[in-house]
Ligand binder design. Structure first.
Ligand SMILES: [Mg+2]
Length: 224
């Protein structure tokens, strides 16, 4: 029996070079709410569900968590992020990697913790039309990463069993979500997490960026 591979990609830090823009957009949103927080603390939580992210930050800073405030932060972040749209670029090799998978007839999809209000900017930079390619955003599932719902929904869109899927992500939240749904986790360093962190959170293979994964595609199940 041959298990046909399928790739489920995270978006920010995995296919597009956008992690630091997100960090700074959150910094701007938090500043506007009068919440003092170091940039590195924000970076550590990028890639997880935005709601979980704000809850954790507010809890750690001992501030009141109201639904109003969480919504306000979310909107301020989305506005600040969209102002940086001009600086968002695909990561090296991202477009080539997706094109190669398509040429090899290997199914792939995108599953992001972001909402379409910010993901649209990234998809435009990447040249991906969500009308043609399966893209699952935070808007479509109840829980985002580190819950596995986004990847489960993406596998369903491709009609592939989640256990034969390869989850490619840059953050520990992607790897934890992959482990929870028994997909193979593959980490990329292009979002700023280190090799050890990705490996410890479940990545069996770790590459630098999409270009590096493309060169090693046959190691990670990328055969026709
Ligand atoms: Mg990411």
């Amino acid at each position: 029996m041959h298990i046909k591979p399928a790739y489920l990609f995270d978006l920010d830090g995995t296919l597009v070079d956008s992690v630091y823009q997100h960090v700074l957009a959150w910094k701007e949103a938090l500043d506007e709410e009068g919440i003092e927080l170091s940039v590195w603390r924000i970076h550590r939580k990028i890639g997880m569900s935005g709601g979980l992210f704000t809850n954790q930050l507010l809890r750690e800073t001992g501030l009141e968590i109201s639904e109003d405030r969480v919504q306000r932060l979310r909107q301020l972040h989305a506005q600040a992020y969209r102002r940086q749209a001009g600086s968002i670029r695909p990561l090296p090799g991202a477009r080539e990697l997706l094109r190669t998978l398509t040429d090899l007839e290997i199914p792939w999809a995108i599953a992001t913790s972001g909402r379409m209000e910010t993901a649209a900017t990234n998809l435009a930079a990447l040249g991906v039309d969500p009308g043609l390619v399966p893209v699952v955003t935070r808007d479509q599932v109840k829980y985002a990463k580190p819950d596995p719902d986004l990847f489960l929904a993406a596998a369903e869109r491709l009609s592939v069993p989640i256990t034969s899927a390869i989850v490619v992500g840059d953050s520990i939240w992607d790897m934890l979500a992959a482990a929870r749904c028994r997909a193979l986790g593959v980490g990329l360093l292009s979002g700023g997490y280190g090799f050890e962190e990705l490996h410890h959170s479940g990545a069996l293979l770790v590459y630098e960026d999409p270009a590096d994964l493309l060169v090693h595609l046959d190691e990670a199940g990328g055969r026709q």
